[in-house]
Design a protein around this ligand. Structure first.
Ligand code: ADP
Ligand code: 5GP
Length: 220
């Protein structure tokens, strides 16, 4: 499958509009795993690199997974209106820089967001046309097992994430799609289907019909 629809849309003299796909989930539900698969399959996706005040984990690089900022720098940027949304998650600040998102969308690039539930609900105010997907664990027990199995968090952090998961699940009704990540292949299939169908929405292809109509007029 082509990573973007640019060739078709250009042929028709249309300006393609980028699609925003926003993924949220309780920590450990498998969002990073699904994001990695989707990005590998669709390299045309632009990924929104967030700013955070949390310390980099082993293997993370500044400007790749996140822009790592001090609390002071983050708050100064927030107060200057630099973020499309921001939130405090598990004791650290996270925010989506507004500028790169607007640039990418204007250039017709689709954008993937991996943000927490509070952030997604704020983003909805700014980008109501985006697709909002909530990744659900199949059960409480499986979520806890996955958090522990990942081996990146202390027992205290795991307990906090499990507690926060309840509040996050209570917000799931505000999302457009619910993907249950039980079998990873099935979850990845559903996510792909949501994205591919989203790209075919009329609002993402403004001018295509006008381009076709012009071809008829040329012949008339
Ligand atoms: P999140 O980004 O939502 O915090 P991760 O993608 O890091 O979650 O997944 C948490 C753990 O669960 C990881 O160790 C991951 O490999 C594992 N995992 C993710 N999806 C599945 C699945 N469908 N079945 C089994 N293990 C999974
Ligand atoms: P982690 O520290 O594990 O990378 O991410 C913790 C949580 O912060 C995840 O739920 C992730 O989706 C969320 N997050 C990452 N970037 C942003 C952001 O820019 N805004 C918001 N609101 N949440 C974010």
């Amino acid at each position: 499958m082509r990573p973007t629809d640019a060739p078709l849309d250009n042929l028709l003299g249309a300006t393609r509009k980028g699609l925003c796909l926003v993924l949220s989930a309780p920590s450990g539900a498998g969002k990073s795993t699904l994001v990695a698969r989707l990005r590998a399959e669709f390299p045309g996706f632009a990924y929104s690199i967030s700013c955070t005040t949390r310390a980099p984990r082993v293997g993370e690089e500044n400007g790749v997974q996140y822009h790592f900022l001090s609390r002071e720098d983050f708050l100064a940027k927030r107060d200057a209106g630099f973020f499309a949304e921001w939130a405090e998650v598990h004791g650290n600040f996270y925010g989506t820089p507004k500028g790169p998102v607007e640039d990418m969308l204007a250039r017709g690039r689709d954008m993937l967001f991996d943000i927490d539930v509070q952030g997604a609900l704020q983003l909805r105010e700014v980008f109501p046309q985006a697709l909002y997907v909530f990744i659900l664990p199949p059960s409480r027990e499986v979520l806890e097992r996955r958090l522990r199995g990942r081996g990146t968090d202390s027992e205290e952090v795991i307990a906090r994430r499990m507690k926060n998961a309840l509040g996050e699940l209570e917000q799931a009704g505000s999302f457009d799609y619910h993907i249950i990540n039980d079998d990873i292949e099935e979850a990845a299939d559903e996510l792909r289907a949501v994205y591919v169908a989203g790209r075919a929405r009329a609002i993402c292809r403004p001018g295509v019909v006008a381009g076709l109509l012009a071809q008829w007029k040329e012949k008339a």
